[in-house]
Design a protein around this ligand. Structure first.
Ligand code: SAH
Ligand code: DHB
Ligand code: MG
Length: 219
């Protein structure tokens, strides 16, 4: 269910907070035109990711699930010129669309798109400098493994954000949504993990009713 009020409020917020953003609007249009699913974060959510990156003064960001590069544009734009975003994408077609979108947005050199199953790509992070922010938004069954990997590769003070953990309320009700189990698992992992402090922000808007897990690495 998506309330017309939620969408109207997103329209209002976007008109003030996110006006004339050709890079992100162009990426969304090109992603749709290439036939990719319309499941990127919303504009206000993308700007929230940018805000988190600025809050932690991020220089190095990790992302699970690139799709057409929409959230990657928000994250990479928050980085200094020598900053770096590494983003994992299973589908080579999605990765190609994202590559074109990021290059068109003028932030291509900051973004390293790695193609494959995220679970396999994690090993390639050994030897990399730690990350300041991780955005987890790939297959929901993988959430716990991605969260553990993100934590292993985070500096103290880093933030880890997991998308889609509320799922129209399915996490708190009997549900056959296969993503609900992955969401509950990562919430419970964060709750039990002594090295993070975590909460969940419930969200409504043009994408419906969902939420972000937000964790800060404390030790
Ligand atoms: N973060 C993007 C949306 C990602 S949609 C945005 O907001 O703009 C989820 C993406 O994860 C899809 O492109 C899908 O192909 C990818 N994905 C699914 N399973 C994956 C896996 N096991 N490893 C890496 N990527 C995966
Ligand atoms: C879906 C995936 C997402 O990451 C999202 O934010 C919304 C929807 C999906 O697979 O349907
Ligand atoms: Mg998502």
């Amino acid at each position: 269910m998506i309330s017309p009020t939620w969408t109207a409020v997103d329209d209002y917020l976007e008109s003030h907070l996110i006006p004339d953003d050709d890079a992100t609007a162009g990426a969304l249009a090109a992603t749709r035109a290439a036939g990719l699913p319309d499941i990127a974060v919303s504009p206000t959510q993308g700007k929230l990711l940018e805000t988190y990156a600025l809050l932690v003064r991020a220089r190095r960001v990790l992302e699970f699930g690139t799709l057409g590069g929409y959230s990657a544009i928000w994250l990479a734009r928050a980085l200094p010129d020598d900053g770096r975003l590494i983003t994992f994408e299973l589908d080579p077609h999605h990765a190609a669309v994202a590559r074109a979108n990021l290059d068109a947005a003028g932030i291509g050199p900051k973004v390293d798109i790695r193609v494959g199953a995220a679970a396999d790509l994690i090993a390639g992070l050994d030897g990399e400098d730690p990350f300041d922010l991780t955005f987890i938004d790939a297959d929901k069954a993988g959430n716990v493994g991605y969260f553990r990997a993100a934590l292993r590769h985070s500096r103290v003070g880093a933030v880890i954000v997991v998308d889609n953990v509320v799922r129209n309320g399915a996490i708190a009700a009997p549900s056959d949504d296969p993503g609900a189990a992955g969401s509950r698992a990562v919430i419970e992992e964060a709750a039990h993990e002594a090295r993070v402090s975590a909460t969940v922000v419930q969200t409504v808007g043009r994408k419906g009713y969902d939420g972000f897990l937000v964790a800060v690495v404390t030790g």
